[in-house]
Design a protein around this ligand. Structure first.
Ligand code: SF4
Length: 409
């Protein structure tokens, strides 16, 4: 389905919405008051492919560190917009730390966490005034877990009085949309420009996320940031995020995404970037890195050399793509096959730009390599030497086919 046309919003050098490419975001989990560690993680996320990076700004020390984080990023050549994530005290921090307000490209606020009663309006107005006067982008980010309780009570009461009451879950979803839309109206009335406002409504349940964002998209022209909040660990987090966001993206909804994974102990924060890239790439909405096709293996697979080589190839590409992106335009479209036996190995290898078919059980212990559909050589030896030789062939192919402006044959 065609991408939904929205207002375009500029956040630093990045355009969100309209027909601009869907932007990958990530968020740090460092203590923001540690400027060195936070800048390093921001840079790692940007190098992995995050096009916007968000940091928690929760204390005076964190706010005071933001200008140094920004300066360190610029020193490292990282120009990805820096977003401040504010809850409860954003109005105070932005007012009391003007260099922080200036260094950030975008403020993310949650209307449910801006203050209660009269304080809500005052705090919200203060943040909007700072965004307006500083010409900053603003994300009004509603979360199911932190909705404005007064709005929830009002809408639940109205539902109870209606002739055909809806389930409470559905009312919570409608509250999220209402909160985002009402806050947008308030921000516009306070002078924040339409081309500075991005909206999000996040839930931890895929069905709710789909419902809420369909409704939101129907009722607004503001760009939408998508994300399944609290997606969870590893496979569960990735699959639930992809199931929810995949439906919405396929319907043309969503201008920027984040995959909110709980990191595995000792795991890389960059996994959330790779997951978001793979989601957009799977839907043919963006192309970030070469695609590796590998079979699942079966009773014909000999040992684990094939699995090992498939994993090594993914890792090799991930390590090389930051430099390739700079020097080898178009390399993102490269396709590579790493296959486990003669049944589908040669066919998939021929269909890729570069393919290698490892020998299955009872096959000769040699690995034919295919370039653009032609068998060009046979590799043999230990799996380490086969990998080394295969990556040399890969590097040579990239150098020959992706010089400035070149595209694959
Ligand atoms: S290519 Fe061979 S090893 Fe891989 S799944 Fe198919 S039959 Fe099994």
């Amino acid at each position: 389905m065609a991408r939904k046309e929205t207002t375009t919003v500029q956040a630093g050098p990045v355009i969100l919405g309209g027909q601009a490419p869907i932007v990958v975001q990530a968020m740090t989990n460092t203590d923001t008051s540690d400027a060195v560690e936070t800048a390093e993680q921001c840079a790692a996320l940007a190098t992995a492919g995050a096009e916007m990076v968000r940091v928690t700004v929760n204390t005076g020390k964190a706010a005071a560190a933001v200008p140094e984080i920004k300066a360190r990023l610029l020193d490292m050549g990282v120009t990805a917009p820096l977003i401040g994530d504010f809850h409860y005290n954003g109005h105070t921090l932005l007012r009391e730390y003007p260099p922080c307000a200036e260094a950030l490209d975008k403020y993310r606020i949650n209307p449910g966490n801006v203050g209660k009663g009269d304080a809500h309006a005052a705090h919200f107005a203060e943040i909007c005034a700072l965004a307006r006067d500083g010409d900053k982008a603003l994300r009004i980010g509603v979360n199911a877990g932190s909705l404005d309780p007064e709005l929830v009570k009002k809408m639940l009461d109205e539902n109870t009085m209606s002739q055909v009451p809806e389930a409470a879950d559905r009312i919570i979803n409608r509250c999220m949309v209402q909160s985002a839309l009402q806050s947008t109206e308030q921000a516009l009335a306070l002078g924040v420009r339409e081309d500075r406002i991005v909206l999000s409504c996040k839930s931890s349940r895929p069905a709710d996320l789909i419902f809420v964002n369909r409704e939101l998209s129907r009722q607004t022209r503001q760009p939408i940031h998508l994300g399944l909040t609290e997606a969870g660990l590893g496979m569960k987090g990735i699959i639930w995020s992809a199931a929810a966001m995949g439906v919405l993206l396929e319907e043309g909804i969503g201008d920027t995404i984040r995959v909110s994974l709980t990191p595995e102990p000792g795991g890389s924060r960059c996994d959330e970037v790779y997951a978001a890239q793979q989601l957009l790439q799977a839907l043919a909405l963006r192309q970030f890195c070469p695609t590796v096709t590998s079979c699942p293996g079966c009773g014909r697979t000999a040992g684990d050399d094939f699995q090992w080589l498939a994993a090594e190839t993914e890792g090799y590409i991930r390590s090389r793509i930051p430099e390739w992106r700079k020097r080898r335009p178009g390399v993102e479209a490269l396709t590579i096959a790493v296959m486990g036996c003669i049944v589908n190995g040669p066919g998939e290898s021929r269909a890729a730009h570069i393919g290698i078919s490892l020998p299955g059980r009872q096959e000769h212990p040699r690995c034919p390599v295919y370039l653009d559909g032609e068998k060009t050589t046979l590799l043999s030896g230990t799996r380490e030497t086969v990998a080394r030789d295969f990556f040399e062939i890969l590097e040579d192919y990239v150098a020959r086919h992706f010089s400035e402006g070149a595209q694959p044959a």
